[in-house]
Design a protein around this ligand. Structure first.
Ligand SMILES: N[C@@H](CCC[C@H](N)C(=O)O)C(=O)O
Length: 293
């Protein structure tokens, strides 16, 4: 059941390589966040605007986090722009850590953040960049295909806690306008939908990508997507660290900025990139009331 809130909500706005988020601090998990209210918050014309919501909750106060959070005091309850729940957001977790620093919940250095894809270890460097240990990728064996218009590409099926299909293309314009979800097959491989990355080479261990995100449409960046792309590129290039015994580092250019991804021989993936807080405010009670309907 959804109930109209009786106190105004505090929010912040932030982004990581222009993947932008409405941040809702809610230590005690007191906010009711039905999908239609998340979608209204993310609406770029009638709401605050964002690719998703970072709901900031103490792990002890969230039923999904309580048992798995370990040392992670905070849980990133991530929602896509359409209100759907996602397991993980790579840009989001950097911005989440930046918020915790801003709010005085952590200083520069290391912290752990609980997510639906497990506990992630984050390093807030003094120079402003944030590095996240994203865990290991899983490459399910099914062959997948991505299509746009009359073109089709075989795609790497990479799971970073959330699902990705990575297609290497000659030119990023081949992805089209990305206003709708590109075709993918077999659909049964992704029963909950998929994030789709289109990748073009820019140089040795340097690629550029565009992404159509499940639940948000085309975004200016996707951190888990950039990790999936680096993993796929390393397999394609014969640089799989599990085989070579050497780390593989890829520079990934996105419409909204640059991420650097390193996969270690033990499979651990590190992502480094910026995390920016833009501003903060209060959500008008009248707007909330009308959004709750
Ligand atoms: N932008 C995020 C990914 C957000 C979740 C994704 N849309 C999904 O549904 O899996 C990132 O930076 O990783």
């Amino acid at each position: 059941m959804t109930t109209t809130p009786t106190t105004p909500w505090v929010f912040l706005k932030g982004h990581g390589t222009e993947n932008d988020f409405v941040i809702l601090p809610d230590p005690d998990n007191a906010l009711d966040l039905p999908p239609h209210v998340v979608a209204a918050l993310c609406d770029r014309r009638a709401g605050i605007g964002g690719d998703g919501v970072l709901h900031v909750v103490r792990s002890a106060a969230h039923p999904e986090a309580r048992a798995m959070a370990g040392e992670a005091e905070w849980f990133m309850d991530y929602r896509n722009g359409d209100g759907s729940v996602a397991e993980m957001c790579g840009n989001g977790v950097r911005v989440f850590a930046r918020y915790l620093q801003h709010a005085g919940h952590t200083g520069a250095g290391d912290l752990a953040v609980a997510t639906r894809a497990g506990v992630k270890h984050v390093h807030l460097a003094k120079d402003g960049d944030v590095t996240v240990r994203m865990g290991r990728a899983v490459l399910p064996p099914e062959q997948v295909q991505v299509t746009v218009g009359g073109r089709g590409w075989p795609a790497y099926n990479v799971n970073m806690g959330n699902p990705h299909a990575v297609a290497f293309v000659e030119d990023l314009t081949h992805a089209g306008d990305l206003l709708g979800t590109p075709g993918y097959a077999p659909a049964a491989v992704y029963p909950d939908g998929v994030n789709i990355e289109f990748v073009a080479d820019r140089g040795p261990r340097h690629v550029a990508m565009r992404v159509h995100e499940r639940g948000s449409g085309e975004t200016r960046s996707c951190g888990t997507g950039a990790c999936a792309v680096a993993v796929a590129a390393a397999r394609r290039d014969g640089a799989d660290p599990a085989v070579t015994g050497l780390p593989a580092t890829y520079t990934v250019d996105l419409p909204g900025g640059r991420l650097v991804i390193t996969e270690q021989p033990d499979g651990e993936i590190e992502m480094t990139g910026p995390a920016v807080l833009v501003g903060e405010g209060r959500i008008a009670a009248e707007w909330l009331e009308s959004s709750f309907g």
